[in-house]
Design a protein around this ligand. Structure first.
Ligand code: GLN
Length: 481
């Protein structure tokens, strides 16, 4: 059952106060952080102040919004007024935003209890949270392993029970891959469903903010709170947001589920393949019709993404120049100041992306790389369009492997990039997708199944995900810490 709903019912019945709940989670953070390092900053005072407001509201007999009093963590590339927002980068070490992102403002409007800001790969570039300038986060299931990335801190915090739900961002898999590695649910919404205002831009045509939770219903409640049109984000969609929890039902009759043929072939860990295949059988038992669907150009997602994302990043990161934000290295002239600041402020992976992107966009190479990548992006989108004429929801593994050991892939960027093989095409096509726990491998590491929907069909992801969680108990397993 939804943890949010359980806590809300306890609050309404006055069985527990919001301050008590908040203290409990803050206590757990204090106990576990030395081991996990999910957080870059814990906002104890602010959290307790909000909790007290919730308790006062309840005492006055007023109704409370769905997220009131619920401990929630926010990825540290989402700006929070008066609270440092570092993007896990030295260049923003002392940056304290003077405004709130639309999503955090919406959380505050509901009196959600923000307990802190979570660790990530610097500027969300990475798949293991090892690219953080402030140290790596440990996977709660095995602290020698990575939690995935880039939203590794948020995924680990939810898995370890340091918060009930969390926000992450997903440009190429950064919500779904860590959700899969940490055994929690993670959802990347349709591009444009959630405002990006106040999300520090990495690759603007791909970035989306989305929820993490242990149960599908919790992610539905959190998405409900943050979705919707925002005049501050020109890419935000003008659509009615449905009541997502109404789709949390157990009947999948008549629903066509398509397994993406190309994803179950080579390069995939056999245990991952096995767990996902088992999960699909469960969906069949729930009434879904299972078929195989081909997306022949799915595999071009990775090379396409590694042209488009760095290109956009190289433009987006031009703003960190020692003048407008954060770090500034003094020098004799302006150019030298820029150079020294950026050399010192950015980590190796960020520099690699800036160089790749600058190269791909430069005159003479633009047509060969960037323009071509955009064309392939369209082809990938067409494969999905075609697939959705045959199936309502597509499934595949979230990641080719379970969580890998820290340090295992840091020396080889390509092997690191490969862990987003299954998630990247979804961002290129702007589609919604969810990673949901579907078992464990022989080392007791969680495996994730990815459900992909057509544009704005989050309802179907909730339907399939919820039904699956009613007949399985993977999401009730907790790491021993
Ligand atoms: N791992 C991918 C990258 O490094 C995706 C990151 C993300 O989704 N933010 O770009």
């Amino acid at each position: 059952m939804s943890i949010i709903k359980q806590l809300q019912s306890q609050l309404r019945k006055k069985e527990r106060s919001a301050v008590e709940i908040t203290e409990e989670y803050l206590g757990r953070i204090e106990e576990l952080e030395p081991k996990l390092k999910s957080f870059l900053c814990v906002t104890r005072e602010e959290a307790l102040a909000t909790a007290r407001q919730v308790d006062e509201k309840i005492a006055r007999g007023e109704d409370i919004p769905p997220l009131a009093g619920i401990p929630i963590a926010v990825k540290d590339n989402i700006v929070t007024k008066g609270i440092p927002t570092t993007c896990a980068s030295r260049i923003l070490e002392n940056f304290v935003p003077c405004y709130d992102s639309t999503v955090t403002q919406k959380l505050k409007d509901q009196l959600a209890v923000i307990v802190g800001k979570t660790n990530l790969d610097e500027f969300a570039m990475g798949s293991s949270t090892e690219n953080s300038a402030y140290g790596r986060t440990q996977n709660p299931w095995d602290t020698e392993r990575v939690p995935g990335g880039s939203s590794g801190g948020s995924a680990a915090a939810v898995a370890a029970g340091e918060c009930v739900v969390a926000l992450g961002s997903d440009t190429g898999g950064s919500i779904r891959q860590p959700a899969s590695f940490c055994g929690v649910v993670g959802l990347k919404p349709t591009y444009g469903l959630v405002s990006r205002f106040g999300l520090v831009a990495y690759a603007s045509s791909l970035d989306q903010i989305g929820p993490f939770g242990r149960t599908v219903e919790d992610t539905a409640i959190l998405l409900q709170a943050i979705a919707g049109h925002d005049p501050h984000d020109s890419t935000s969609l003008k659509v009615e947001v449905p009541d997502y929890t109404q789709y949390c039902t157990t009947d999948l009759k008549g629903l066509k589920v398509g397994i993406i043929t190309e994803t179950l072939s080579s390069g995939l860990d056999s245990q991952v393949a096995d767990r996902v295949t088992q999960a699909v059988k469960e969906l069949e038992k729930l009434g879904a019709e299972i078929k195989e669907v081909s997306c022949p150009r799915f595999r071009y997602g990775l090379p396409t993404y590694y042209i488009i994302a760095p290109s956009e990043a190289s433009a987006n990161l031009a703003r960190y120049d020692g003048v407008k934000y954060g770090l500034r290295e003094e020098a004799d002239n302006l150019l030298e100041m820029y150079t020294k600041t950026r050399a010192k402020g950015f980590g190796a992976e960020v520099k690699r992306r800036i160089m790749l992107g600058t190269y791909a966009l430069s005159a003479g190479y633009y047509d060969a790389y960037y323009l071509k990548a955009q064309k392939v992006r369209t082809l990938i989108r067409q494969d999905f369009d075609n697939a959705f004429t045959q199936a309502d929801v597509l499934v595949c593994p979230t990641s080719p492997t379970t969580a890998f050991k820290a340090g295992e892939k840091t020396a080889n960027p390509l092997s690191m990039y490969l862990s987003d093989l299954m998630t990247i095409p979804v961002n290129l096509a702007g589609l919604p997708a969810m990673s949901i726990p579907c078992g464990f491998d022989h080392q007791n590491l969680p495996v994730g199944m990815q459900l992909i929907g057509n544009v704005l069909r989050e309802d179907l992801l909730f339907r399939v995900g919820y039904a699956y969680q009613q007949v399985t108990d993977w999401h009730t397993h907790t790491p021993r810490l």
